[in-house]
Design a binder for this molecule. Structure first.
Ligand code: ARG
Length: 590
């Protein structure tokens, strides 16, 4: 049976409002701003008093008296001037909730009313390009959102949507050609072996060259078009590069604990491109501009204000939304083309209620264009939600995008190694040496928690020392709490019993558990995991307080001891579920 305390209380308050002849829509309840005084508070008497021209304190008392009749065993209710109605859960109520949670804590998690089918588009690594630190946030946030949505009962499809149809392909092939790697494909001798290292050298070289060498740029565009039109041998070269690159990408995502249902790429939508374009033409919403086929997506009055540096600077505006490019000047497919065709494909195959893109905020304009174009063409049906979950930059301590000391961007693998060796150091200090797997669990956990504990849309500072600390608001601290409980339970060697809440420490745990279980729904609605991160930390630290103040294993009263052991197991389960939702492992010892 579902039981969400806050909703339960709200229902009761609404009921009393109706009974007293008030509008139940004026009723509200929230967690208390002063947890030392009470657990929940209702401030509705203020607004109601104003509306009805009555005395707020009198109204509050009237509502409280009525509520007391019904909630005597569950809440201590008091009224504080000027008109706060305060609710403190009774020990009996807390015990009841704790024992319900032992059976199944998911019973206490609020779920959406209707399950949705949702495609999550995240990861988005680019074929032939090295994964670097800029590719870290999408898999971390995307994976956690998928897990959260599955927990919420939604039908989730995750798609890595590799970047494999763009100019980088033509650039890489052109450079490989110049450097004599692919003669064999053209029947002009032998191919030289292409490894990942080759790609990591050739693409950056080509990318830099394109800026100064116009002929080379043109050639790369032409090769990209040839790949897209499946002209040989360009297409075979492309496929070989893709295969090599995808293996490495998959290994990286595996290390990060990301699992994709679909290993599609931009290229997967190729069979849908012609049809998508035809829809725009049939609806007469495409036009030619500088040789390209575009669709206008600006809306009136959209000039975007540019942020002022000083107050007396005149207000300036950015351009309205530029048109989306459906076909490039040379008839090649662009980034918007494949994204629009992918929406068509998803709607023919999966028909999702919602598509969520977890992508850097810098692509906001791209997604606005793609979403508007798809809606205009009816490729995305009216009721379908297209959502860009945009995240900010991961910065170094200097506040600028995270770089190596010499100013280069850092490879994803290097950053994982960096944080894993930090975890190894910390483990060594605890006497655990040579456990690579554990170090990886902790390192990745540190990195993920450090990321997810921020509001997703904001920038954050990657502080390796803080993130990997076993103390404070960190992944390792929470993992450590669970590991500590684990060894305590092993040592106890006996089963727990009914939980009885009878002390500030135990009450604190259950209140924090309730808040944690409530935070799942908040995180779900916000498409950001920060509320969940904070709540699981609060639960872990309320456990530490309990652990420090109360003797568990040496408790003489058998029932008390069993209650404590169940409480410990409950906290461990709650931490495990929360970490699992964040995509973080819960080691059994550390
Ligand atoms: N490959 C893209 C990039 O590196 C990210 C892909 C995001 N997803 C999408 N459907 N466009 O910028």
């Amino acid at each position: 049976m579902k039981f969400v305390v806050k909703d339960y209380l709200l229902e009761k308050i609404e009921y009393v409002f109706e009974k007293l002849g008030f509008d139940k829509n004026d009723a509200g309840v929230s967690y208390s701003g002063r947890p030392e005084v009470c657990d929940f508070q209702c401030n509705s008497a203020f607004g109601l008093a104003k509306k009805l021209g009555k005395n707020p304190m009198e109204l509050a008392n009237q509502i409280a008296e009525e509520l007391k009749k019904d909630l005597l065993n569950e809440f201590d209710i008091s009224v504080l001037p000027p008109a706060f109605i305060n609710f403190k859960m009774t020990d009996k109520m807390l015990s009841k909730i704790a024992n319900m949670a032992i059976d199944n804590q998911k019973n206490l998690i609020k779920m959406p009313e209707k399950a949705l089918k949702i495609v999550f588009d995240y990861g988005g690594a680019n074929v032939a390009k090295e994964l670097h630190v800029g590719h870290l946030r999408s898999p971390i946030i995307g994976e956690a959102l998928c897990r959260l949505n599955r927990l919420m009962g939604n039908n989730v499809i995750s798609d890595v949507h590799l970047g494999d149809w763009g100019l980088q392909m033509g650039l890489t092939i052109a450079q490989l050609e110049d450097d004599g790697y692919i003669d064999g494909y053209f029947g002009k001798g032998k191919n030289k072996e292409i490894t990942l290292d080759t790609l990591n050298e050739e693409y950056p070289k080509a990318s830099a060259r394109k800026k100064t060498d116009e002929a080379f740029h043109k050639k790369a565009e032409d090769y990209t078009l040839k790949v897209q039109r499946k002209v040989e041998p360009y297409y075979s070269i492309y496929q070989d590069i893709r295969e090599l690159s995808v293996k490495r990408i998959a290994a990286n995502y595996e290390t990060l604990g990301c699992h994709f249902d679909l290993w599609y790429g931009e290229s997967t939508a190729d069979p849908y491109i012609d049809r998508a374009i035809q829809i725009f033409k049939d609806k007469n919403i495409a036009r030619i501009s500088d040789g390209a086929l575009v669709v206008d997506v600006a809306v009136e009055g959209e000039n975007i204000p540019i942020e002022k540096k000083t107050d007396d600077e005149p207000q300036r505006y950015k351009n309205p939304m530029p048109p989306a490019i459906l076909k490039k000047h040379n008839d090649a497919d662009g980034y918007a083309t494949t994204d629009i065709a992918t929406i068509l494909m998803r709607n023919e195959i999966d028909k999702p209620d919602r598509i969520v893109y977890v992508v850097d905020f810098r692509q906001m304009m791209h997604f606005t264009q793609v979403f508007r174009a798809s809606k205009l063409a009816g490729i995305s049906p009216a009721g379908q939600e297209l959502v860009h979950v945009s995240y900010g930059t991961m910065n170094g301590k200097d506040g600028k995008a995270f770089k190596t000391r010499s100013g280069e961007t850092i490879k994803l693998e290097d950053i994982i190694n960096l944080i894993t060796s930090k975890a190894e150091e910390k483990l060594a200090a605890n006497g655990i040496v040579g456990n690579k797997e554990l170090a990886l669990q902790i390192g990745v956990g540190a990195m993920k928690y450090g990321d997810l504990s921020n509001i997703a849309s904001k920038d954050y500072v990657f502080d390796i020392d803080r993130f990997s600390s076993f103390e404070g608001k960190t992944g390792p601290y929470i993992q450590y709490t669970a590991a500590r409980i684990n060894s305590l339970l092993e040592k106890a060697g006996m089963k727990g019993g009914d939980i009885v809440i009878d002390s500030p420490e135990t009450r604190n745990i259950i209140i924090n558990l309730i808040k944690l279980l409530d935070s799942y729904y908040v995180a779900y609605q916000e498409n950001s995991l920060n509320a969940l991160c904070l709540a699981v930390y609060n639960l872990a630290s309320s456990f530490s307080l309990f652990y420090n103040n109360i003797r568990i294993l040496t408790e003489q009263d058998e029932n008390k001891k069993k209650s404590y052991l169940s409480l410990c197991a409950l906290v461990k389960d709650a931490i495990t579920l929360a970490l699992d939702t964040l995509g973080i492992e819960t080691p059994t010892r550390m």
